[in-house]
Structures are given as structure tokens and as C-alpha cells.
Ligand binder design. Structure first.
Ligand SMILES: [Zn+2]
Length: 465
């Protein structure tokens, strides 16, 4: 008999159109799968029954793009432009990472994500300076008990745009043929190439071929600010390089016809509204993507700048888009929109099923659907902010926060209960993170250095030839 867990009498937001939201419902988990979701599940024997009457129950959240290695320097960039960020993070801090620093950063950042209800994190890892860095990055994820897609994004030396340096294909092949061979493990792999905005087309063609050869999906930045205006998607389409295996991150400054090309070829999208608004990538493309036929997923992106949980991101996404929609209505001489185009339930889909689609796992994850893998979160509603329960989707998007995420199940196993992560020792992680952070600050002193405490604004970035 497989292990059974019955979550009884919770507010269920299933993200499954056939089930919908249940003001009172049950979720039955058997082994690592969701067995049933219904208003009342009876006659279950040998199950651990959990009283869920003080909880909302949802599928685990999915972050489709986060540079997790930057967790050690969280919020150092909160008042920086993209120009400061390129100098500060990519031209000062990144090359100072030793493998043990990458490990500490990924352990901290991956656990932070998991603790906030992100059961699947795509770690967009673009500071892999040696093969040891790659192994350290993966080692950390394996420890957390969360589901992670490790996106191999090359190292410091590859990120001086426009680059002619090849992606470290040897490392990608080594991992794919070794510890990252499985697409069913908790930690899987994809390729995070620079793409034709940040590298030459020759390099881009080689990277796409590498992904195809190894059966890897691709996650790539497009349409962030000025870089996105020279029609990178049109150029890829011409070369036949678009397809459902490609997730386009950002998309802000892509042209409307390029968004339609993405839709025509089945590409997915990842929108990071907090960073896009801060760093001048352009207005979040949420509404334009939806018009083109793509519901985006959501992502944290630069975790050295904004927060690491998707509640803030959901609110940034919905707030920005609703501003646009109301502005458009006003331009048409109306006082406001006739109907809200973007609903709270849409934004929950962005953070769940669309995230699953963007990592190629929508048949396995992203909704509380019988037969899917049991990645489930339980959010407390016995508090001031969630009382009384009137509108589950609205309350989740506007009132929930990581502190309310009390219980988390990944692959049918508890990883958080009673508000405590079971898979890590916080004091141990904190000690590692602070030691690595301090060591990098100490070593940075040799090349000009920087001060913590919100006192450092790096020089504006100047592109090298
Ligand atoms: Zn990014």
C-alpha cells in the first residue's frame, strides 16, 4: 500500500478547470501523485488525515527564472539601475565566487523559494565559472527536497555582450550524460544560452544545436530593453529555431508580430515584472502576450534586487496590467474598463500551470489534477488578513504572503509542516551564507571593493569591445 495523505475540508484552489475552486474540499494524495480532489472524499483507509479547515490548498508555485547564485547579495541592488547591476553583480562580484560560495548561495536561495511555496524553481544559473561550480550549484538543490530545474547558463566569462565565446558545451554534455541524465528526477536540467541578443548568431546556432542534441529545453532572455529591439525573435524564426521547447524570458521590447511568432511556434514566456519595471526593460508584456495567445509564467529574476517569493510578483503583474487596461479604457473615453481583463485566477495560473508549461511539465505539475505529481501547498487562513474567506483567488493573490505558507508537500512528501522546513537547518545555512558573503566582500577589497549597508552604488556599466 502506498503512503496516503488526505487533506480534509480546506478551501481548494485547484487550477484544474474541471474541478475549479471549492470553498470546502478534500485532496487525497497516494504515493507521489494526486489521487482525488472533491468536495468530500470518504471511505479512505490507511490515510494520514490532516484537518485542512484552516487552510487554502493549492498546487505548488513555480518560478521559471531566478539567478539564485545572487541570493548571497540579496537586496544589494534594490536601488540600482541595470547599468549599476551589470557593473556590480556581473563585473565585480560574479567572478569572485568559489564553488563553495555557489553552493551556499544556491542552498540559501533554493530553500528561500521552497519555504515561500515555490515547489519548483528554475535556477537560471549564469555564474558557472568552472565545472566545480556547476556541481556545487546542483549539490545544493539536491539537498533541499524541492523540485528544481537547473538551467545551465555558462559563467562570468560568457556574459560580456555581444559575445563570440562558445557556451561551455563540454560541461553541459558531462552533466547531461552523468548526474543530470534523468528528466524525472527532482532536480532536472535545461539549457540557458545567451541567445542572439547577448551572443553572436553563430554562437546561438551552436547552442540551439547542443540543446537539441542532448534533449534539453531552452530558457533564454529576449526583449529586455534596448537589446530586444533588433528583432531577435524574427531572426530566430528565420533560422527555424523557435519551438515549444523555447521559453522566452521578459519579452518587453519585442514587437507584437514577434510575440505572434512565439505563439505560432508554441514558445512559452516568463515575465519578471518587478525587475522589468526597476531595470527599464520596458512595460511587462503580460497583456500583449495574452493578446498574442500566450499566457505567461512568472519569475523572480534578479534576487539580489527584489524579493524571492511569487506573491509580490503576482501583485506586480496584476497591478501593472490593470493599470494599462484602465488607461486604454480612459483613452477610449470610458471612466474605467467594462470588465477586468486580467483576473486573479489568471495570475494564479501564471504562477502554477503556466510555470509548469514553461518547463515542459504541464502534464505532470501545475494543478491539483488526479494523476499529476503531488506538489501541494497549504496556506493558513486563520489570521486577520484571510478572515472571512470570501474569494479564494482574490485572497490568495492580494493577501497571502510566505509567512502563511504553513505546509508544503513535494512529490508526495512533506517538506514543510507547521511553518517549519523539514529539509534544512536554518542556522547551518545562515552560517554558510554569511561566511561566503563575507569572504567575497573581503576578496573584492583587492579590486576596489565595496561596502555593505546600502552604501554601494557601482559605476555605470560601459560595454567593452
Ligand atoms: Zn534574468
Amino acid at each position: 500500500m502506498e503512503n496516503r495523505i488526505l487533506l480534509k475540508g480546506g478551501v481548494v484552489v485547484s487550477v484544474d478547470p474541471d474541478i475549479g475552486d471549492l470553498m470546502k474540499g478534500d485532496v487525497l494524495i497516494e504515493g507521489n501523485k494526486i489521487k482525488a480532489v472533491a468536495a468530500n472524499i470518504e471511505n479512505v483507509t490507511d490515510a494520514e488525515v490532516i484537518d485542512a479547515s484552516n487552510y487554502m490548498i493549492l498546487p505548488g508555485l513555480i518560478d521559471t527564472h531566478r539567478h539564485t547564485w545572487q541570493s548571497l547579495f540579496r537586496n544589494i541592488a534594490s536601488d540600482w539601475s541595470i547599468s549599476h547591476y551589470l557593473t556590480g553583480l556581473h563585473n565585480t562580484v560574479s567572478e569572485l565566487y568559489r564553488p563553495e560560495d555557489t553552493y551556499a548561495a544556491n542552498l540559501l536561495g533554493s530553500l528561500e523559494a521552497l519555504d515561500s511555496g515555490i515547489t519548483t524553481l528554475l535556477d537560471w544559473c549564469h555564474n558557472l565559472n568552472t565545472q566545480d561550480h556547476s556541481d556545487a550549484a546542483i549539490d545544493a538543490h539536491v539537498e533541499t527536497g524541492g523540485r528544481v530545474v537547473f538551467a545551465h547558463g555558462g559563467g562570468h566569462q560568457h556574459w560580456a555582450p555581444v559575445s563570440h565565446v562558445d557556451h561551455p558545451a563540454e560541461d553541459v554534455r558531462r552533466l547531461r550524460k552523468g548526474r543530470m541524465a534523468s528528466d524525472d528526477a527532482l532536480v532536472t536540467m535545461c539549457l540557458a544560452p545567451r541567445g542572439n541578443q547577448f551572443a553572436s548568431m553563430d554562437v546561438t546556432i551552436k547552442d540551439w544545436a547542443l540543446a537539441e542534441d542532448l534533449g534539453l529545453r531552452i530558457s533564454c532572455h529576449f526583449g529586455d530593453g534596448e537589446w530586444g529591439k533588433n528583432r531577435p525573435i524574427a531572426a530566430l524564426e528565420e533560422k527555424g529555431l523557435l519551438g515549444p521547447h523555447v521559453t522566452c524570458v521578459h519579452c518587453n521590447s519585442l514587437a507584437d508580430d514577434e510575440l505572434r511568432m512565439m505563439a505560432d511556434h508554441g514558445c512559452t514566456a516568463s515575465v519578471s515584472p518587478d525587475i522589468e519595471l526597476q531595470m527599464g526593460h520596458g512595460w511587462p508584456a503580460t497583456g500583449r502576450l495574452m493578446k498574442a495567445g500566450i499566457k505567461p509564467s512568472l519569475s523572480i529574476d534578479v534576487c539580489s534586487s527584489n524579493g524571492g517569493h511569487l506573491f509580490g510578483t503576482m501583485r506586480a503583474a496584476i497591478g501593472t496590467q490593470r493599470g494599462f487596461d484602465n488607461e486604454e479604457a480612459r483613452e477610449q473615453g470610458k471612466g474605467c474598463v467594462d470588465e477586468m481583463q486580467l483576473k486573479c485566477s489568471d495570475v494564479i495560473e501564471f504562477a502554477t500551470i503556466e510555470g509548469a508549461r514553461a518547463i515542459g511539465m504541464d502534464t505532470k505539475l501545475g494543478s491539483l489534477t488526479p494523476g499529476k505529481l503531488a506538489d501541494v501547498i497549504m496556506v493558513r487562513i486563520d489570521n486577520y488578513a484571510m478572515t472571512p474567506m470570501n474569494n479564494p483567488a482574490g485572497q490568495f493573490v492580494y493577501n497571502a504572503h510566505p509567512g502563511m505558507v504553513d505546509t508544503i508537500i513535494v512529490n508526495g512528501k512533506f517538506v514543510k509542516r507547521d511553518g517549519n522546513l523539514l529539509t534544512a537547518d536554518f542556522e547551518h545555512v545562515r552560517k554558510l551564507a554569511i561566511a561566503s558573503r563575507d569572504d567575497i566582500v573581503r576578496r573584492a577589497a583587492g579590486k576596489g571593493g565595496f561596502e555593505l549597508g546600502g552604501k554601494w552604488t557601482p559605476e555605470a556599466y560601459v560595454a567593452k569591445d
